[in-house]
Design a protein around this ligand. Structure first.
Ligand code: CO
Length: 197
């Protein structure tokens, strides 16, 4: 069986390049992580958290799932948020969606996709909340707007989590942001739905 040798070669080259610039980079980073950002994004391979904001390893704590959804009962997402807020003490949580999201498209197309349809139900809920606005839009605009509305909705879900509520009640500094990324030009847009209390 091939062991994806080319990926190990790429890894060795990458690690060498970083050590050439800063020989202590990995040894310093191995002692502790002190990221100031929690990134909640889509699993889409075209939306890699660190690369988009051009930050090196150690700077961004990351949670990704299909269509960057934050569900009140998702122990995985909640555990990530709790660890980021309470242990790492990040000051910023960024929910970042992207235009042309396949999860959003699939939620809109009324076809069956298997297990994932249960996950996409959460996005169908977002559609239902904004049906009046969305039903007036033509197809590409409708998908892009739902991508934006989904981010705004998930920001609300982060804010309403007990973890964030408790942080704010304790007077802790914590900002929750909603951003959207264009896979067509690589540019991020702030959706102006930042909350700090
Ligand atoms: Co996506």
């Amino acid at each position: 069986m091939k062991s994806l040798k080319h990926l190990f070669e790429r890894n060795a080259k990458w690690a060498d390049e970083i050590k050439k610039e800063n020989p202590e980079f990995f040894s310093e980073l191995s002692l502790q992580q002190e990221p100031n950002y929690l990134w909640i994004g889509c699993s889409d391979s075209r939306v890699p958290a660190n690369q988009i904001v051009n930050l090196p390893p150690g700077e961004v704590f990351v949670h990704r799932n299909i269509a960057n959804v934050v569900v009140h009962t998702d122990l995985n997402a909640l555990s990530v948020i709790q660890f980021a807020v309470e242990v790492l003490q990040v000051e910023h949580i960024i929910v970042c969606g992207h235009y042309g999201c396949g999860g959003i498209k699939a939620a809109l197309d009324n076809k069956q996709h298997g297990l994932i349809d249960n996950w996409l139900r959460h996005i169908k809920d977002v559609y239902r909340f904004h049906k009046d606005e969305l039903s007036k839009l033509s197809e590409p605009n409708k998908i892009d707007r739902l991508c934006e509305l989904n981010v705004i909705e998930q920001v609300q879900n982060v804010c309403n989590s007990t973890i964030v509520q408790n942080r704010w009640a304790d007077g802790g500094k914590l900002w929750v942001h909603g951003w959207i990324y264009s896979i067509k030009n690589g540019v991020l847009k702030d959706l102006d739905c930042t909350f700090s209390s």
